[in-house]
Ligand binder design. Sequence first.
Ligand code: CIZ
Length: 303
Amino acid sequence: MNIEVLKNEIYKLKEEKNALIVAHNYQIDEVQEIADFVGDSFYLSKVCAERPEKVIVFCGVHFMAESAKILSPNKKVLLPEIDAGCPLADMVTAEDVENLKKKYPDYSIVCYINSPASVKAKSDVICTSSNAVKIVREFPNDKIIFLPDKNLGSFVKKQVPEKDIILWEGFCITHYKIKKEDVEKAKSLHPNALVLVHPECRPEVVELADFVGSTKQIIDFATASKEKEFIIGTEMGVLYSLKKLNPDKKFYILHPGMICPNMKKNTLQSVRDALLYERYQIEVEEEIMEGAKKALSKMLEIG
Ligand code: CIZ
């Protein structure tokens, strides 16, 4: 179907169903364009909870739509592509967390938002890439198990050396592609550019960056900066907001493979189908919902 026809159909269905469309910073440009709100997963989950609409199309991956459902249990949360998962989130299970708790009974579990609801439910507190350092620093236990992302975990460990932090071995397959040599090459090609990377990158990449932050923090940093050129070390989708907000600045992606195959599954066609057929509905078991909400609320309390 023609893009303009699809867009018009989406707007019509959205109005008919009184639905809200939110899109993560890593979505394809056309999906970000038709969304009511664009941002990181936690910001979008909060928007979904605060807005009056009862039907939400969450253009992101599964764990993100789950977080929105946990914060808005009475709303219909739809994920346009049901198999848009996250390999990082799948690198830890609720059973792994149970085993860790048995092995390290004095430790508290700090869980990155990129995780399944069942893992969140067994954790003490959730964090995002924006607030992970603050959450670990301020959590009232000096013994921490950080999961599932080992790179975000080692970034936190460096910032909070006073705590004993055990890292789980998970990683994002997209951010992992960037190597130290890519940063060195990009810097030699663009000597005046600042290097902005996501903390899911390898530690040796993070080490070479001028700024490390979440998607929102990268967008805010580049927008506020007086500099004109930036080398970006995260998923390409952020270029949509970076370019829109900064038409006079130049952005270079650190690695050509910075494309998350799962984030790119949602299309205008699947958003339209999500609205038309009210699919795919995200449900979270009551028992899991309760535990996961508690861990998310703890994050809000600290952060
Ligand atoms: O939580 C998010 O939205 C993720 C996965 C990354 C980010 O930095 O926005």
